[in-house]
Design a protein around this ligand. Structure first.
Ligand SMILES: [Zn+2]
Length: 375
């Protein structure tokens, strides 16, 4: 949970976001062996939520045949992409992802996944941040000294933190290769687990919903990541996810991206149950269907891991105080598919996470399928 979860309000106004240079890693679509070696596996250990296993278990023969066709079609696209070279224009063919989050540090929950997509897999990720992040000043005492401002004083913190946290988000976004960031500057009031309070009293809900819809229409995203709207999490996290699900639901079916809820954790078997009163938050399974393991080793003598990148991101959010203690606390980035997704969403997500979760080949870029062509 981000420390911005404890803060108040400023006039809401939309800002044009920063535009960060898109990754220029050559587009080279490389499907991993585990995708092509796909086969039904009836033996599933209890609690085993590794990527693709739940889908293995649930696919009927008919869906399996469809999946083979799906992979074959992708292989065709792969060959085309390999021949295409590495121009910026071609890089746009990578997967397109939108993050919609409440607070300036919420990208932490899926930071390793985002880094893989933008820096190593030729995809693009944009980020919409709904609040101004003015709360959470109680934990800013170390940042007081760093920024030379008495941020732990409520009036000072609420006045100064929005700008500071926007800059922190921009720096973290550069590390993660985020292409565009948009800040809606809604009120980041105080910690509550009540999503209704946020939706009915704190935010300009219709304005936020319209803005999300606008981003979805313009961005033509393949996937949208939101924070898992878990019962115990901040009401603003829940509200951001609920509004995103509503926005996607209101799109024409052919334009809907696949939407997943994300939550970082120390294990792979955390459970989620539909948020009472919000049936849109229902997920396919209580346990996550997909993971990215931040401890995945890479580099010389495999001495590095993606925990290092996550640490870079955490370090940029210096004003967040308690958030700094999250370093190496969460090994897994867990993802749940919402049931509101179209039927093909599982296969599309399997393909995405099979590539993301594959061991990186040091010095060699890999790519993600342009799944939109396969719909
Ligand atoms: Zn947060």
């Amino acid at each position: 949970m981000c420390a911005a979860c404890y803060v108040p309000y400023q006039p809401s106004y939309a800002l044009n976001g920063d535009c960060h240079p898109q990754s220029t890693v050559p587009l080279q679509l490389t499907l991993r062996v585990q995708v092509f070696a796909y086969r039904p596996d009836p033996v599933i250990r209890k609690g085993d939520t590794r990527v693709a296993r739940p889908v293995h278990n649930s696919l009927s023969m008919k869906r399996f045949v469809f999946f083979l066709f799906f992979v074959a079609a992708l292989a065709s696209g792969t060959a085309t992409a390999r021949n295409a070279g590495s121009s910026p224009k071609q890089a746009k063919a990578g997967v397109r992802v939108l993050l919609v989050v409440a607070h300036p540090d919420d990208e932490y929950e899926m930071a390793g996944t985002v880094y893989r997509i933008t820096k190593e897999l030729s995809g693009s990720v944009d980020q919409l941040i709904i609040t101004n992040g003015e709360a959470g000043y109680h934990y800013s005492s170390l940042a007081d000294r760093y920024y030379g401002v008495n941020l732990t004083d409520e009036s000072v913190g609420r006045a100064r933190l929005p700008r500071i946290r926007r800059e922190e988000a921009r720096r973290a976004g550069r590390i993660l290769g985020i292409r565009h960031q948009w800040f809606l500057n809604e009120k980041n009031d105080h910690f509550t687990i009540d999503a209704d309070e946020v939706l009915n009293r704190t935010w300009h809900t219709e304005r936020v919903l319209a803005n999300i819809q606008q981003r979805l229409r313009k961005g033509h995203y393949d996937f949208v990541f939101v924070l898992l709207p878990a019962d115990e999490t901040h009401g603003e996290h829940k509200a951001a996810s609920i509004l995103t699900l509503r926005a996607i639901e209101q799109l024409p079916a052919s334009q809907r991206p696949v939407v997943l809820g994300a939550q970082a954790g120390g294990n792979e078997s955390e459970t989620f149950h539909t948020l009472p009163g919000y049936s849109l938050t229902a997920t396919n399974t209580p346990r996550p269907q997909f993971q990215f393991d931040r401890d995945t080793r890479l580099g010389y003598r495999e001495s590095l891991s993606y925990q290092i990148v996550v640490g870079w991101v955490i370090a940029e959010h210096k004003s967040q105080g308690l958030f700094q203690t999250r370093c190496r606390q969460d090994r897994f980035e867990n993802f749940w598919l919402f049931t509101m997704n179209r039927e093909s969403a599982s296969n599309e997500a399997v393909l995405l996470f099979a590539t993301i979760s594959a061991r990186p080949e040091t010095g060699q870029a890999t790519g993600i399928a342009n799944v939109t062509k396969l719909r």
